[in-house]
Design a binder for this molecule. Structure first.
Ligand SMILES: CC(C)(COP(=O)(O)OP(=O)(O)OC[C@H]1O[C@@H](n2cnc3c(N)ncnc32)[C@H](O)[C@@H]1OP(=O)(O)O)[C@@H](O)C(=O)NCCC(=O)NCCS
Length: 150
């Protein structure tokens, strides 16, 4: 773990209010709803990690894996905690979970106008596979990015 004093753990259904709060703080558009997050927390092929500073939630990452295919569904860091390496810590936990789950090819989608996330993913070795036109409600295009693991 890179950020001092921060602890990470897997989320449970009890964490729904925390995840909803983070979703609201992190995303101004294209947010997941309470029901979507709830379904995700109950999914068999899904996992969510939460990062805390003592009791304060600072970020989360939602993942899924089916066979050799993995997906980073969502990642968000509370605005007060950005640029400190929190997302890198979340992605480290994510990639360990993918390895343990047997996923060797991990996909994610990211808005073309999201330089923070694009930098994060490209420095971790994710590459653009294609452009998804009008991915965000027909308004913004997204990149499909992919990383292959050994
Ligand atoms: C994208 C996001 C998760 C990054 O979280 P973070 O904790 O601030 O990121 P980190 O501090 O771990 O930084 C990791 C890398 O991300 C990139 N990055 C993060 N913030 C950046 C910024 N403001 N400008 C440019 N690159 C940035 C850099 O490559 C950085 O590495 P570096 O510090 O060595 O330069 C965060 O900005 C966020 O929650 N954004 C809103 C939600 C979102 O867009 N999620 C992604 C959806 S696909």
């Amino acid at each position: 773990m890179g950020v001092e004093g921060i602890v990470i753990r897997k989320a449970t259904v009890e964490d729904l209010p925390i995840l909803l709060g983070l979703e609201r703080a992190c995303f101004s558009k294209a947010r997941y709803t309470k029901d979507q997050i709830d379904m995700f927390l109950r999914g068999e092929n899904e996992e969510t990690f939460l990062l805390f500073d003592e009791n304060d939630p600072v970020g989360s990452v939602m993942l899924s894996a089916r066979g050799t295919k993995g997906k980073v569904v969502s990642i968000g860091v509370h605005p007060e905690w950005r640029k400190k390496g929190v997302a890198r810590d979340l992605m480290t936990a994510a990639e360990k979970w993918f390895a343990d789950s047997g996923a060797t090819e991990v996909d994610l989608e990211v808005g073309v106008q999201n330089p923070e996330a694009l930098n994060l993913y490209s420095t971790l070795g994710y590459e653009v596979v294609k452009v998804l036109k009008g991915y965000y409600g027909g308004k913004e295009d997204a990149y499909l990015m992919r990383k292959q693991f050994e």
